[in-house]
Design a protein around this ligand. Structure first.
Ligand code: EPU
Length: 430
């Protein structure tokens, strides 16, 4: 079993370079299916979710190969099936983007869907509503496979009942080759939605308004091959910013877009962290004085991102006073709380609220990552503690964080990945 072993108690210092955005990559890679020529995608994070979606495209017949560590060559012209019912597909939530991409290109898609995830049911009714509005028929087969089909997709109005990142992107994919104009209202506005729109437009699509809550897509017949570079990962950056604050350190976070981090920077500033913005970097200085408690309410972009909520809980448990988190995007994203409590945190959960009595003494304890961001929170919590913490279930963390051990080590953290076999412990290549 692989684990991270973290000995904390030291302020982080130095520089970290942020990788390409996971949640942009897992949409843009399947979006290449729509293209009528090969594409090269750059600034791709080297994470297991990217390997998975790449292998899924290969299963469909696409030629996908790595040009270097952060670039992929994808030739979708050899795709021979729209049937994506495999265990790989089932193992990845973002495989729902295959529906929009295959439907948009070939007029049909059969895609296996994963069940509920670690923070509750994740419905896709808004995705399906969009496809149906465009003229497709959709049906759920055996409770776990979606079949979608159409003769022609025709542009339409879609009003989303909830602000959904996945539904917004999936409808953009399906509509980009439809006949006429599609208008998505109450669209999500995350940076990766703008990134997907920019990618589609660079291939010759006509997508306007991405980044606002009304997106207009006029379908085109042909999409040409491009070389495209993915935006930096807002949540990876937020995670390192949070870790710097939690250890009362001072770090520079490079290769970022400061505008994408405004809500995170604002909260850290409110807590007393000094943030200095540069063109593509931020300096996060938590050495300037004691930190203050704060409240957080997660919201769709430009609100505070739910994907940074667990990391902030880990930070706030070290800050004296009562902080309240209001999780407003997912029904139940607090599984990680019981792990933090094992470390001495005083956190109680009441529905959507987590009430944190910060500043209590913390001690090392074996903990597990209950999902990707929960895992990031465990690392941050472990870095705060004078003692050695073992974190298990690290496969969740490696789904979404490139070189997490190397990056934290470069900031002075004492973290290693070890393989445990009974009594034996063996360090893996850092
Ligand atoms: N929702 C519906 N119906 C739908 C779709 C969503 O009711 O058809 C609800 C969800 O249940 C949730 C809310 O709408 O309460 C928002 O869900 P959204 O569709 O925006 O989430 P998603 O697209 O499935 C992406 C990220 C998540 C991130 C959310 C919110 C990817 C692959 N995943 O999920 O990222 O939490 O947006 O920002 O892009 C992560 O990176 O750790 C992660 C979980």
């Amino acid at each position: 079993m692989e684990k991270f072993v973290v000995t904390g108690g030291k302020p982080l210092s130095g520089e970290v370079t942020i990788s390409g955005a996971k949640n942009a990559a897992v949409a843009i890679i399947p979006a290449v299916i729509l293209c009528d020529e090969p594409c090269q995608i750059e600034n791709i994070p080297n994470i297991s979710d990217v390997s998975l979606i790449s292998r899924i495209l290969q299963q469909l017949g696409a030629n996908v190969r790595r040009i270097n560590r952060s670039s992929l060559y994808i030739d979708p012209t050899k795709i021979r099936t729209c049937n994506a019912v495999t265990d790989l597909v089932r193992g990845m939530r973002a495989s729902y983007y295959l529906l929009g991409a295959l439907l948009g290109k070939y007029g049909k898609a059969k895609v296996a869907l994963p069940g509920g995830c670690n923070f509750g049911v994740r419905p896709i009714d808004q995705h399906l509503k969009g496809f149906e509005a465009l003229g497709a028929t959709t049906q759920l087969v055996d409770g776990a496979i979606i079949e979608a089909e159409c003769d022609n997709l025709v542009g339409t109005h879609v009003y989303l009942d909830v602000v959904s990142v996945g539904a917004t992107m999936n409808i953009m994919l399906a509509a980009s080759k439809a006949k006429g104009q599609t208008i998505i209202e109450n669209a999500a506005r995350e940076p990766h939605i703008v990134d997907l729109a920019n990618f589609l437009n660079s291939m010759g699509a006509d997508v306007r308004g991405a980044g606002t809550d009304v997106i207009k897509i006029r379908g085109v017949e042909y999409l040409h091959g491009v070389t495209y570079s993915i935006i930096p990962d807002q949540i990876e950056a937020g995670t390192y910013m949070c870790a710097a604050a939690a250890t009362r350190g001072c770090i520079t976070v490079k290769n970022i877009t400061p505008k994408h981090l405004e809500s995170i920077s604002a909260k850290l500033r409110e807590m007393g962290v000094k943030i200095t913005e540069y063109d593509e970097a931020l300096k996060v200085d938590a050495t300037v004085g004691p930190l203050k408690r704060c409240n957080i309410k997660t919201m769709p972009h430009p609100g505070f991102p739910t994907d940074c909520q667990p990391q902030f809980a880990a930070l706030l448990m070290s800050v004296p006073g009562t902080s309240i988190i209001n999780e407003n995007v997912w029904d139940n994203r607090y599984q990680y709380v019981s792990e933090l409590v094992r470390m001495g945190a005083q956190i109680s959960v009441e529905g959507r609220l987590a009430i944190i009595e910060g500043g209590t003494p913390l001690t090392a304890a074996p903990v597990k990552a209950t999902d990707l961001r929960a895992g990031a929170a465990m690392i941050i919590a472990a870095l705060e503690i004078n003692g050695t913490t073992e974190i298990s279930n690290i496969q969740y963390i490696e789904r979404g964080y490139e070189d997490v051990v190397e990056k934290f080590r470069a900031l002075g953290a004492d973290i290693k990945k070890v393989y445990f076999t009974g009594d034996n412990e063996q360090e893996l290549g850092a």
